[in-house]
Design a binder for this molecule. Structure first.
Ligand code: NAP
Length: 311
C-alpha cells in the first residue's frame, strides 16, 4: 500500500496479520491514535507532515480498538516496533491502568493520552492535554492560568476534570466548577484539597442565578461540555452574561465557530475554539516521542488543511 499513512485505519484484527495490513503502509506505521470511534481524529493529518518535515521514516495511523481489545493490543504494538500512541475517547482512563509506569501529572489528572514505548521496554504514560491546555491559554490570550479566575462548565466530564485538575495544579487565582449533574463534579473538586488551587475551588449549581453571581469576577471561561456541537443545544452560559473582559475557550471545535465563541465575540470578548489545544497537545506528544522540538508550523498547516477539508 503506497497511500499516505494519514488515510490508513486499522483494527485489532489487522494487528494479528500486520504483514498483510498495516505492514504494507509506507512510510512504516510506527505511531497511532487509538480510539472508539477514531475515524474523526485529525491527529494523523497533523503528525504525518511533522514526521515528513523531520525526515523521520515513520507513519502515523488510526487504530480502531474497542475497550475490550485495548489491553491486549499494547504488547502487539510494542512487538511491531511502534514508538508510541495517542489515546482518545474512551481509552484515556484505561490507558492509565495499562501502562508500566506513569508520569505523576497524568496520574493526578487520572488520564493518559500519550503512550511511549521506551527503548528499555517500559510502556510509559503521559498526558499532553494538560500542557496543551496551558500553552493554548498562553498563546491565544497571552495569559498564564495561574493569574486567572476560571470557570469550568462541564467539570464533571473527562475533559473538564482534566482542565480543572490542571488549573488547580497551577494554583490559579480562583477556580469555579459547575456541571449539569452535580454528583459528577463534587468528587473532582474533592480531589484538589492538597493542591495550591484547592483552597479557592468552589462548585456552583448549573443555574442562571449562580452563573450571574459568578461571571462578573471570572476572567477565563473554559467550556468543557459538548454543548454547541448540535444545532439547538442550550447555551453553555447565558450569552447575555458575557462581557468584554471575558476570555472564552471553547473545547468544542465542530462547528469551527461555536455558538459560545460567536456570542463571546459579539459581546466584545476574546474567544477561541478547541483547535489550538489539538495542535499543542500534539506538539507535546511529538516532543516526548522524539526528544526534539516539534515542527509546529508543519503540524499547524496539516491540521488547518484537515479542518478546512472536513468543515
Ligand atoms: P464527556 O466526558 O462525555 O463529558 C461531557 C460533558 O458535557 C459533561 O460535563 C456533561 O454533563 C456535559 N453535557 C453534555 N450534554 C449536556 C447538556 N445538554 N447540558 C449540560 N451539560 C451537558 O466528554 P469529554 O471527553 O469531556 O468532551 C467534552 C467536549 O470537549 C467534547 O465536545 C469534546 O469534543 C471536547 N474536547 C476537545 C478537546 C480538544 O483538544 N479541543 C479535547 C477533549 C475534549 P453531565 O456530567 O451532566 O452529563
Amino acid at each position: 500500500m503506497s497511500a499516505p499513512a494519514s488515510h490508513g485505519m486499522f483494527t485489532a484484527a489487522d494487528l494479528d496479520r500486520w504483514a498483510e495490513t498495516g505492514g504494507l503502509v509506507t512510510p512504516p506505521a510506527r505511531l497511532a491514535v487509538i480510539g472508539d470511534p477514531v475515524a474523526h481524529s485529525l491527529s494523523p493529518e497533523m503528525h504525518n507532515p511533522a514526521l515528513q518535515a523531520c525526515g523521520i521514516d515513520a507513519g502515523y495511523v488510526r487504530l480502531h480498538l474497542r475497550p475490550d481489545e485495548f489491553p491486549a493490543a499494547l504488547p502487539k504494538l510494542k512487538a511491531l516496533g511502534f514508538i508510541g500512541c495517542n489515546c482518545t475517547i474512551p481509552h484515556k482512563f484505561m490507558a492509565l491502568e495499562a501502562v508500566d509506569e506513569v508520569d505523576p501529572d497524568a496520574r493526578r489528572i487520572g488520564a493518559v493520552n500519550t503512550l511511549i514505548f521506551r527503548p528499555d521496554g517500559v510502556l510509559f504514560g503521559r498526558n499532553s492535554d494538560a500542557p496543551g491546555f496551558l500553552r493554548t491559554v498562553r498563546e491565544e490570550f497571552g495569559r498564564d492560568v495561574r493569574d486567572l479566575r476560571i470557570l469550568v462548565p462541564g467539570a464533571g466530564g473527562g475533559a473538564g476534570a482534566a482542565v480543572a485538575t490542571v488549573c488547580a495544579m497551577e494554583g490559579c487565582r480562583e477556580l469555579v466548577l459547575t456541571n449539569r449533574t452535580p454528583g459528577k463534579v463534587e468528587p473532582v473538586a474533592a480531589g484538589f484539597s492538597d493542591l495550591p488551587g484547592g483552597s479557592v475551588t468552589a462548585v456552583i449549581p448549573w443555574t442562571r442565578e449562580a452563573l450571574a453571581d459568578t461571571l462578573p469576577r471570572i476572567d477565563l471561561i473554559v467550556n468543557c461540555t459538548s454543548l454547541g456541537m448540535k444545532p439547538g443545544d442550550p447555551e453553555v452560559v447565558p450569552h447575555d452574561l458575557l462581557r468584554p473582559h471575558h476570555l472564552v475557550f471553547d473545547m468544542v471545535y465542530k462547528p469551527l465557530i461555536t455558538p459560545l465563541v460567536a456570542a463571546a465575540r459579539a459581546a466584545g470578548a476574546r474567544a477561541v475554539n478547541g483547535i489550538p489545544m489539538l495542535l499543542w497537545q500534539g506538539v507535546y506528544s511529538f516532543e516526548w516521542w522524539f526528544k526534539r522540538p516539534a515542527p509546529v508550523e508543519a503540524m499547524r498547516t496539516g491540521l488547518d488543511a484537515a479542518v478546512r477539508a472536513r468543515s
